[in-house]
Write a protein that binds this ligand. Sequence first.
Ligand code: PLP
Length: 421
Amino acid sequence: MDHFLYRDGHLMAEDVAISHIAAAVGTPFYVYSAATLTRHYRLFSEALSPLPHQVCFAIKSLSNLAVLKLLGDLGAGMDVVSGGEYLRAKAAGVPGERIVFSGVGKTRDEMKLALTGGIRQFNVESEPELRALSEVAQSLGATAPITLRVNPDVDAKTHEKIATGKKENKFGIPISRARAIYAQAASLPGLQVVGIDVHIGSQLTDLAPFEAAFTKIAELTEALRADGHTISRLDLGGGLGIPYTRSNEAPPLPFDYGALIKRTLGHLGCEIEIEPGRLISGNSGLLVSQVIYVKEGEDRTFLIVDAAMNDLVRPSMYGAHHDIIPVTEPAPATPTQDYDVVGPVCETGDTFAKARALPHLAEGDLVAFRSAGAYGAVMASEYNTRPLVPEVLVQADHFAVIRARPSFDEILARDNIPEWL
Ligand SMILES: *Cc1c(COP(=O)(O)O)cnc(C)c1O
């Protein structure tokens, strides 16, 4: 559920008309709903109660400081995967004890940054990383709280580019070697084992892979405790999928996901951490764009809009589907027409949708790409020297630009022509 609904024929973000924001900010732009972000965060937190838990928002899905501040003020922790994301979480006012650090390639500089600034735990993904973290922690006279990310070798049944829990994926340590690597972790100075971490993939639309992974984690918890390790936290990663179409069968709800966690892991007395990204941010955002031209091809009609693959890369990168809706509500029973919806970038891959049935649209009309809050703005680039798309946050009847569109002067000023040219 979200807060982007038609009212009196106008698409609204909460109580603000999208067309009003478009007039003020210009297109294309991302717009997020504070009420939707809040609701999604609370659904997870309630789903895990009464277990002790910490919801850590995966900020790689949407990392604007205003969004992080909003969620952090509700009590959210943050899952970060780079030094830059760590600094974002801190800049948004989230204390280190609520930040977990994930990722297969943490550098020593990133470890140092987090150890100095405060960190809840590192989710370590390999033996060389264990050794590096041990050295960095020792050099700082610090102790690094760690979990090991285990790869449970389960098939998440999602898009191959976002499946992470099979043995052929680069993530985590093989679960079959976990006991040996935990023993190594316990023997290294500067490290303190606090738990286990697992994350099997993104956009999962079925609970069965989670159940398979969590069952293995429960067994591993008992085995590691028998080996003498303290396992007081279980970080279960993120990955719960969202509906990208309204017609689709609905993915599992956070409530059912929470119930599964309680059933498979609740008896262990651990604090549960989860790292949802997409489910909190995905349906909390739209990308709004304007029709530049309607171009008649030989056998199809192209709707050329002012957003492009550099602003929202998911369709060209993953073949992802985004519902596209007009900002002015079509009258009931308005006939539809098939459009290929494309951006202005000079690549055929710059196609958002093929043969998409939409009501008749004309130059200047506004359209919105739904479910664009996650992995949208964060993956944007300036390909074709198109300025990074701005972001807007709506709360009730007011809105603010939370990242401005850079000017061309700013973009050009970042380049440097050496004096010897
Ligand atoms: C990407 C990622 C997440 C978030 O995944 P979603 O599908 O957006 O919920 C959580 N944890 C880790 C380690 C990740 O890499």
